[in-house]
Ligand binder design. Structure first.
Ligand code: SF4
Ligand code: SF4
Length: 405
């Protein structure tokens, strides 16, 4: 048994099976059986480590049906590393897990040849992807932009800059929402920050790690550490909480060190923007799991929404939208159930606009929320501090803007 396994085994022995970690578990909420909850998964990983049970399709499905949302991680009074144990279980089981075999191939290929994979997906978007989606092989056909994100410059300079920051773009921004990276560059330049988009960054590794490919994820982590450790910047900003969490808190676990300067944009901008005049729009904010549970960030995005002049109404409790990266492909029924519940809560809030901080949540929620804008926080920042302030300066009077109508 490896040292790492011994560590996990020791940690799991602390568990007194009180069940407290099940309280917010979204998969337990949808399928009320012990093996679909946090405590049940821990017991299964423990039994696997002890050799009491062997890999089987049922065991694999229980361990791979966790969304890795981190909702359980703050709940254990004995501080058992629940999500760490589940990752460890996946790494032990990945070779016997036939159900996600093709998902693993696809994930490895898209990480190795991201641009080529994007072009192939673009070619297939009108025929094969809808056919696969209608047969339930993939949960939905995502809309793809005409081109991936490509920064025209590696360093976006501004005169008399007040600081220098780097952006970790990540796959979902690069290949699904490239305009978000452009919005972030615009906002940063408007606030006189020099922006670095370093060459050589790769996927954060979270999709591979979620499929049990821990070593492959660690290789990606080392590449990113090599790229970002060289930079002289005050912050490394990402628009995706899963990427931020990977760089900051997960890399130390898989690659021995993390990027302490990695942060969510709301944490960075909170004290750097001024309050604008209110506009007559209301919003509801959806907390992405990895931002709320993983990084403990919840006040900052709300502060920014208020500063940007939008009234927040009817707080909704932080619940998973069911996306979970590769989870929505391999557990589509639970994913759809969680999405349906979340969309109902958002619609019932009565807000004009839905704002969130994660491209994955935008993609998922946008499938059921089509009657109002679904925005990333950075789009609101761009609207308020680049476009709206510019318009106001020109006209010299307060305006009511229609956000992205
Ligand atoms: S992991 Fe912690 S919260 Fe969950 S059952 Fe064990 S002791 Fe209780
Ligand atoms: S990470 Fe989320 S889905 Fe997985 S066991 Fe914990 S609460 Fe449940």
């Amino acid at each position: 048994m490896s040292l790492e396994e011994l560590k996990f085994k020791e940690d799991l022995l602390k568990c007194v099976r009180c069940g407290g970690c099940k309280a917010l578990c979204p998969t337990y909420d949808k399928d009320v059986s012990e093996g679909m909850g946090a405590r049940g998964r821990l017991v299964l990983v423990n039994s696997l480590l002890k050799g009491d049970i062997k890999p089987s399709p049922l065991l694999n499905n229980r361990i791979f049906s966790c969304i890795l949302c981190n909702a359980c991680s703050g709940l254990c009074p004995l501080k058992v590393d629940i999500v760490g144990a589940i990752y460890h279980g996946r790494a032990l089981l990945n070779k016997t897990d036939r159900r996600r075999k093709y998902l693993r191939y696809a994930a490895k290929l898209s990480v190795k040849w991201p641009e080529l994979s994007f072009r192939i997906l673009r070619m297939l978007r009108n025929n094969l992807l809808p056919a696969l989606s209608s047969r339930g092989v993939i949960p939905f056909t995502p809309e793809l932009p005409s081109a991936s994100f490509k920064s025209p410059e590696q360093v976006h300079k501004v005169s008399k800059h007040r600081g220098r920051v780097a952006i970790f773009t990540g796959c979902s921004v690069n290949f699904i929402f490239p305009s978000l990276a452009e919005s972030l560059i615009n906002v940063l330049k408007k606030l006189r920050y020099e922006v670095v988009i370093p060459k050589g960054m790769v996927c954060c590794g979270a999709p591979l790690r979620s499929l049990g490919l821990e070593k492959e994820a660690a290789e990606l982590a080392k590449k990113n550490l090599g790229v970002f450790n060289k930079l002289k910047v005050e912050a490394i900003l990402s628009l995706c909480p899963t990427c931020t969490m990977s760089l900051k808190t997960e890399y130390p676990k898989i690659a021995g060190e993390g990027l302490d300067k990695a942060m969510d944009i709301s944490v960075f901008f909170k004290d750097k923007i001024e309050t604008t005049a209110p506009i007559f729009k209301t919003a509801v904010y959806h907390d992405p799991c990895h931002l709320y549970h993983g990084l403990g960030v919840s006040k900052e995005p709300r502060e920014i929404i208020r500063k940007a002049g939008i009234g927040l109404i009817n707080e909704i409790s932080p619940e998973c939208c069911g996306f979970g990266g590769t989870f929505c492909f391999s557990n589509s029924k639970i994913s759809e159930g969680l999405l349906t519940d979340r969309a109902k809560q958002i619609k019932a809030s009565g807000a004009d606009t839905l704002i969130t901080s994660c491209p994955g949540c935008m993609l998922q929620l946008g499938r059921m929320i089509s009657d109002r804008p679904v925005l990333h926080l950075v789009e609101l920042l761009e609207e308020a501090y680049c476009f709206r302030t510019a318009n106001r300066k020109e006209s010299g009077k307060k305006q009511e803007l229609n956000l992205f109508d």
